[in-house]
Design a protein around this ligand. Structure first.
Ligand SMILES: C[S@@+](CC[C@H](N)C(=O)[O-])C[C@H]1O[C@@H](n2cnc3c(N)ncnc32)[C@H](O)[C@@H]1O
Length: 213
């Protein structure tokens, strides 16, 4: 499926998939959205100590991984991605130019898959070329960044069965954050036991969701 680089309103890139009429991030600002949803509402809300274990649905451009790395806290970051970017696509992105940590950003994309890779003393990345349905999870996570394409595009990724699996692999008090606030997603999360809150969204988006175990 064709993917093209696109500039968003805050000057950061995203990737568009014309065939699906979808972008990887909000066109109002990719960096702005990722910070708001995943870093502020997710990582900073979680009050855990020690190594924070994060599971991400959709590594995509690696933006959430880079922003998380930049928080300079100990993190084990497990990211699922069925359709990795090519090296050329990854190197065209302007995130390192905007945010710094060029070497780490390159490593996020170039490091091997299916193994724990310590990028630094405190940040370990594990990339799995797998879907949330297929992946066999063996850890308990503190935070899930749920960043799949929207339910009208990929309904199979927003089911109660998947959320049940994620719930079972979250620590007590663990959280799932997502940019998607659709009623079917909220209800699916509640149906497996999550306490779900709507939060104000980033510019261009009214609300986002945080679900707590
Ligand atoms: C909204 S984008 C995620 C963006 C990413 N977090 C970022 O910051 O660039 C959704 C991602 O999910 C990936 N994806 C689509 N279907 C998938 C599946 N069934 N399993 C795993 N990843 C999938 C896409 O390739 C894409 O990278």
């Amino acid at each position: 499926m064709e993917r093209v680089l696109q500039l968003t309103a805050d000057g950061s890139h995203t990737i568009a998939v014309p065939g699906l009429q979808v972008t990887y991030h909000s066109t109002h600002g990719a960096i702005q959205e990722s910070r708001h949803v995943f870093i502020e509402a997710g990582l900073k809300y979680h009050k855990g100590t020690g190594v924070i274990k994060i599971l991400e649905m959709g590594l995509g451009t690696g933006l959430n991984a880079l922003l998380t790395f930049q928080q300079e806290i100990p993190v084990f970051y497990h990211s699922l991605e069925l359709y990795p970017l090519t090296p050329e696509e990854a190197s065209a992105l302007n995130y390192a130019a905007q945010l710094g940590n060029k070497d780490t950003f390159q490593l996020i994309h170039s490091c091997p898959w299916e193994q724990d890779v310590p990028l630094t003393n405190t940040f370990t990345l594990h990339k799995s070329q797998s879907s949330p349905q297929e992946i066999r999870l063996t850890k308990q996570y503190d935070i899930v960044y749920y960043d799949a394409f929207a339910p009208d595009i990929q309904p199979a990724l927003w089911t109660a069965a998947i959320f049940q699996k994620l719930y079972a692999h979250l620590t007590p008090g663990g959280i799932l954050v997502t940019y998607c606030c659709k009623g079917i997603v909220r209800r699916a999360l509640q149906s497996v036991g999550f306490m779900v809150s709507k939060l104000p969204g980033p510019p261009g988006k009214r609300e986002i969701l945080r679900a707590v175990k």
